[in-house]
Design a protein around this ligand. Structure first.
Ligand SMILES: *[C@@H]1O[C@H](CO)[C@@H](O)[C@H](O)[C@H]1NC(C)=O
Ligand SMILES: *[C@@H]1O[C@H](CO)[C@@H](O)[C@H](O)[C@H]1NC(C)=O
Ligand SMILES: *[C@@H]1O[C@H](CO)[C@@H](O)[C@H](O)[C@H]1NC(C)=O
Ligand SMILES: *[C@@H]1O[C@H](CO)[C@@H](O)[C@H](O)[C@H]1NC(C)=O
Ligand SMILES: *[C@@H]1O[C@H](CO)[C@@H](O)[C@H](O)[C@H]1NC(C)=O
Ligand SMILES: *[C@@H]1O[C@H](CO)[C@@H](O)[C@H](O)[C@H]1NC(C)=O
Ligand SMILES: *[C@@H]1O[C@H](CO)[C@@H](O)[C@H](O)[C@H]1NC(C)=O
Ligand SMILES: *[C@@H]1O[C@H](CO)[C@@H](O)[C@H](O)[C@H]1NC(C)=O
Ligand SMILES: *[C@@H]1O[C@H](CO)[C@@H](O)[C@H](O)[C@H]1NC(C)=O
Ligand SMILES: *[C@@H]1O[C@H](CO)[C@@H](O)[C@H](O)[C@H]1NC(C)=O
Ligand SMILES: *[C@@H]1O[C@H](CO)[C@@H](O)[C@H](O)[C@H]1NC(C)=O
Ligand SMILES: *[C@@H]1O[C@H](CO)[C@@H](O)[C@H](O)[C@H]1NC(C)=O
Length: 388
């Protein structure tokens, strides 16, 4: 295959003077792993020209295996019926700036993409993708912590560079749909019970510290008789408005004002473990349509803003002291149950620049089967993000 393409490539090179300065189309056409992407892009009039004229970009180009996984999934057909979603997904594969693999280290970077369409993303400056080196592999994490690994890096074209990846990125979806997928159904139910769901889903640029179901369950007695406004105060104390704080920007000692009004304080211990007040971040950087969710192991208490962790502790401490656990997970009655399971083999997003460690296997890492993943991309995700 590659051999038979060589004469074509050579001609293209000849026409464009330099082997390192080909047009996007010529570059894509010359790569046998990208024939499906090339076909796809050439099927939309003007698309490849527009993309080819954009300068200073990095394209994450899904290879044929990635396309085949996409198209063989049950929901793959939805691609054809929602051009807005296809275009958003394509924009999400284009990074704003030239990022050769050498720039991507074991410190996570959160790189802005060209996805700015407000129906799909409300992260100022463009929805982000996480880039990190894990072992000898360059990995990109997208929505629901799905990972795409670079199989061929640093292919030059006139507007920048291309990295070939082994799977299509997942568009970050809403907070509540992400919570369902990640088995964070207690906070999802609590948001619904306080009528905060639409505000949390729709306010741009949020950082949400989402306690696990177990965290809510362990202080169940303290939650049992709360008024709606007290519960709303607790929930909004977990939300920062106007700042999308990826782990890379969480600094030891930082105090951040929440939507509730009180401040939360970030502590990073010598092992690089990140705590919010006394709660530990167990799964950082789950990208959502309007910001980022960090999963924490305890519920924060707006009346205990001075709670701090025991340094080097392997888990956080409850912000509600004296509370006892309950048998049912709070606020989940009547809520949809997650259809997915936690993937114990995932290494998680790896160390970030703050030293946020790999997720423990017990963390609520959202992992989905291929079919469900596409369901989120082209089914549920579309319904949620397009606004029904
Ligand atoms: C790609 O471009 C970069 C920067 O212009 C250059 O350093 C590199 O050698 C080029 N790579 C190839 C394979 O030509
Ligand atoms: C690459 O091509 C573009 C447009 O085709 C041109 O403007 C640019 O000068 C070229 N760069 C090199 C290094 O030849
Ligand atoms: C892109 O390249 C392919 C293969 O060389 C060609 O068939 C197609 O017409 C080109 N598309 C554009 C828009 O130039
Ligand atoms: C994708 O690429 C493979 C391998 O080149 C090819 O057999 C298949 O027909 C392509 N599919 C589409 C939809 O272009
Ligand atoms: C890329 O980001 C810069 C700011 O760093 C912005 O001015 C520019 O509009 C963005 N480009 C695109 C194509 O979105
Ligand atoms: C390319 O984009 C990056 C990130 O937006 C920016 O910092 C850099 O200045 C841009 N370079 C050029 C040559 O436009
Ligand atoms: C990474 O290392 C493994 C063995 O340690 C090797 O099999 C694999 O090919 C390497 N991958 C890359 C992209 O270098
Ligand atoms: C929920 O909030 C919306 C506005 O965000 C409001 O219209 C509605 O009346 C509220 N419902 C309840 C039950 O408070
Ligand atoms: C978030 O901040 C914006 C801008 O300051 C403000 O308009 C909006 O009401 C705030 N939303 C919440 C939920 O605090
Ligand atoms: C969401 O809350 C409303 C009341 O605000 C309630 O009627 C509805 O049943 C709740 N939905 C779920 C799935 O719990
Ligand atoms: C979701 O969390 C609950 C409570 O922590 C647990 O019992 C259940 O097994 C989890 N479900 C999945 C699919 O992981
Ligand atoms: C990527 O995801 C797959 C499952 O989809 C998992 O097996 C693998 O360990 C993950 N890799 C990394 C580096 O997270």
């Amino acid at each position: 295959m590659q051999l038979t393409l060589l004469p074509l490539l050579f001609l293209a090179n000849y026409a464009f003077t330099q082997s390192t300065n080909q047009t996007l189309n010529a570059t894509l056409s010359g790569n046998s792993q990208l024939s499906n992407l090339t076909t796809f892009l050439n099927a939309s009039p003007g698309l490849i020209q527009a993309l080819g004229q954009t300068q200073n970009i990095t394209i994450l180009a899904p290879n044929n295996d990635a396309f085949s996984a996409l198209l063989s999934s049950s929901a793959g057909g939805a691609l054809a019926s929602d051009s807005g979603l296809v275009s958003a997904l394509l924009q999400y594969h284009v990074l704003n700036g030239t990022y050769p693999a050498s720039m991507i280290t074991n410190m996570s970077m959160f790189i802005p993409t060209l996805l700015m369409n407000e129906s799909y993303s409300s992260v100022t400056g463009g929805q982000r993708v996480e880039a990190v080196m894990i072992g000898n592999e360059t990995v990109f994490y997208s929505g629901l912590l799905q990972n795409s690994t670079v199989t061929q890096a640093n292919i030059n074209f006139t507007g920048g560079i291309i990295h070939v990846v082994d799977s299509v990125l997942t568009l970050p979806i809403s907070v509540s749909e992400t919570a369902s997928t990640a088995n964070l159904t207690s906070i999802r139910g609590a948001l619904n019970a306080t009528n905060l769901t639409s505000i949390i889903n729709e306010t741009p640029d949020l950082t949400i510290f989402a306690p696990t179901n177990g965290a809510f369950q362990s202080i169940g007695s303290a939650l049992a008789n709360l008024s709606v406004s007290d519960l709303a105060d607790i929930l909004t104390y977990h939300v920062v408005n106007g700042t999308v704080a990826y782990s890379a920007s969480l600094m030891n000692g930082t105090s951040i004002q929440t939507v509730q009004g009180g401040n939360i304080t970030i502590t990073i211990d010598a092992n690089g473990t990140v705590f919010v007040n006394s709660a530990k971040v167990i799964t950082p950087n789950v990208l959502v349509a309007n910001g980022v969710v960090h999963v924490i192991d305890n519920v924060l208490n707006p009346n205990a803003t001075s709670a701090r962790p025991t340094l080097s502790a392997t888990s956080g401490a409850p912000g509600f002291t004296g509370a006892s656990s309950v048998s049912d997970v709070p606020f989940t009655s009547g809520q949809p149950t997650p259809t997915t399971t936690v993937n114990p083999t995932s290494k998680g997003p790896g160390p970030a620049s703050t030293g946020v460690g790999s997720s423990s296997t017990g963390a609520a890492i959202p992992m989905m089967t291929g079919a469900v993943r596409m369901g989120a991309l082209f089914g549920a995700g579309a319904a949620v993000l397009v606004g029904y």
